[in-house]
Design a protein around this ligand. Structure first.
Ligand code: HEM
Length: 487
């Protein structure tokens, strides 16, 4: 850390030339205009014009830190993944976020929180891009852009629209489970440290004997769950819009490193075949009674980024980033995401975004991608080996990394994802876990979010809540009446 006594380094241009004067532009006389040849002024203004990049289309507001994953359990019989072997310690980085708010949004808004993790394993980067919720609003990626439109601004008013949100939700019963969680206490954590994280989708683990099981990853907060009510959050936002950044950055600076217990739920193919619901449906959880969580490690965040933009804003996660021993699953949402993220990064950050220091794997990288924006990697391993196959010692595939085959063959068609699906039992089970006070807060939070929505839309949604449980529908109806006597 430089002190007041250390002489500062000499200022240079970005091409390294020493700058003699950084106070006054080059002008004609003391009162005259600026000369076009003042290239130092032009460089400075031009750089300022390029300081912003597109914000993430969703999850724009975020907070992150570096840390470590330590594996304490033993699931080596299920996976050959390096990162999941007993005793493994893997450096990682996390980014938490809200979904709907833009880059400048207040931190303490009721919303699902992103919980995205990048593990720099010895066999490549493994990204687990989850939320603080084990389920999601929709189960088909075809619905995702429409859903997100309802969370963002109305094209004419440029305001967020409660009508759009409840119109969509009330026409999409598969959203009930996530909506119930969003409007429960868990929908407004006091900080990223006081919430769980979930990989959410079913993924798979595979071993070197060709065996595969299905898996869900959970990260349980060791700081305890803490939440704000809407009223408390309004008060906090009145004081600071950056409460999460302050809390997370401050805790790590103070040496109070947040931790999460890492758990997996495992499902065999036979159990999947016998499962009464589609275990690859992202609107469903795997009941803990049938698939008990197994503790496998600890995640700790212990280092703040030195530069927020370089390390957090330029961070690029993708569910397509899996490593040997970890695979995908037939979850359709996951498949949509496998395409979407790298596509978003090429647009948001540029072609070779994976060469940026924060995205670069810590293990050697050998590919044949060639030129384009941000090409600052070397020839691999020599300039003659720039296509494959070649006779010049270029990198070659290694079939020992082959994943066991997935038996997924079936007729290609557009199946109705709502057909025969029970969208009510799991939200009902969750609702029945709430005590009376939690239920009252759920009703009040929903009513507050529904205020001003046309009655025919809120009635349709209340009918869905009634099908979850009569008390759910009645509770929301009473809470809405109390707010809006017109209803
Ligand atoms: C088909 C459904 C989905 C699509 C197409 C989609 C697409 C996207 C896109 C394009 C981004 C911005 C990426 C960037 O610019 O870096 C993003 C961010 C994110 N999404 Fe999704 N998403 C989907 C569903 C989900 C689900 C189900 C979850 C959680 C279980 C999730 C969690 C996240 C998180 C945490 C981020 C922020 C990552 C970060 O911190 O950089 N998304 N999503």
């Amino acid at each position: 850390m430089p002190t007041h006594d250390t002489p500062p380094p000499r200022l240079t241009t970005s091409s390294g030339a020493s700058v003699a004067e950084n106070q006054n532009s080059l002008t004609v006389g003391a009162r005259g205009p600026i000369l076009m040849q003042d290239w130092q002024l032009i460089e400075k203004l031009a750089h300022q014009n390029r300081e912003r990049i597109p914000e993430r289309v969703v999850h724009a507001k975020g907070w992150g830190a570096h840390g470590m994953l330590r594996i304490t359990g033993d699931i080596s019989h299920l996976t050959c993944a390096d990162v999941l072997q007993p005793g493994a310690e893997t450096p990682m980085i996390a980014r938490f976020s809200t979904v709907a708010g833009e880059l400048g949004a207040a931190d303490h808004e009721r919303d699902v929180r992103g919980f995205a993790l990048k593990f720099y394993t010895d066999e490549g980067n493994w990204d687990l891009v989850g939320n603080n919720s084990p389920v999601f609003f929709v189960r088909d990626p075809l619905k995702f852009p429409d859903f997100i439109h309802t969370q963002k601004r109305h094209p004419r008013t440029n305001l967020r629209s409660a009508t759009a949100m409840w119109d969509f939700w009330s026409l999409s019963p598969e959203s009930l489970h996530q909506v119930t969680i969003l409007f429960s206490d868990r929908g407004l954590p006091v900080s990223p440290m006081h919430m769980n994280g979930y990989g959410s989708h079913a993924y798979s683990l595979w071993n070197d004997k060709g065996g595969r099981v299905w898996v869900k990853f959970h990260f349980k907060t060791r700081q305890g769950h803490r939440h704000y009510t809407n009223a408390e959050a309004e008060e906090v936002v009145g004081r600071t819009r950056e409460g999460y950044q302050e809390a997370l950055f401050g805790a790590i600076e103070a040496g109070e490193f947040p931790q999460w217990t890492v758990q997996v739920q495992i499902m065999t193919q036979d159990q999947a075949d016998a499962c009464p619901f589609n275990p690859f449906d992202l609107t469903k959880v795997w009941p803990h009674a049938d698939f008990p969580p197994i503790e496998i490690g600890i995640l700790e965040l212990n280092r703040n980024p030195e530069n927020y933009f370089a390390e957090i804003e330029q961070l690029a996660f993708s569910p397509s980033n899996v490593v040997r021993g970890i695979g995908h699953s037939p979850d359709r949402m996951l498949q949509g995401r496998i395409f979407s993220y790298a596509d978003a990064h090429r647009y948001r950050l540029g072609t070779h975004y994976e060469s940026l220091p924060v995205n670069r794997p810590h293990c050697p990288v050998h590919h044949y991608h060639k030129d384009g924006a941000m090409r600052f990697f070397d020839n691999m391993p020599n300039p003659d080996a720039y296509y494959e196959p070649n006779s010049f010692g270029g990198p070659m595939e290694d079939r020992s990394f082959t994943e066991p085959p997935l038996d997924l063959y079936g007729p290609a068609a557009r199946f109705d994802h709502r057909d025969g699906n029970d969208d009510f039992s799991q939200p009902r089970a969750l609702f029945l876990l709430f005590d009376d006070e939690q239920k009252d807060r759920l009703f009040a939070n929903i009513a507050a979010a529904m205020c001003g929505v046309p009655a025919w839309i809120s009635e349709r949604q209340i009918e869905l809540f009634r099908q979850v449980h009569p008390d759910f529908g009645a509770g929301v109806s009473v809470a809405l009446d109390a707010l809006d006597p017109q209803f």
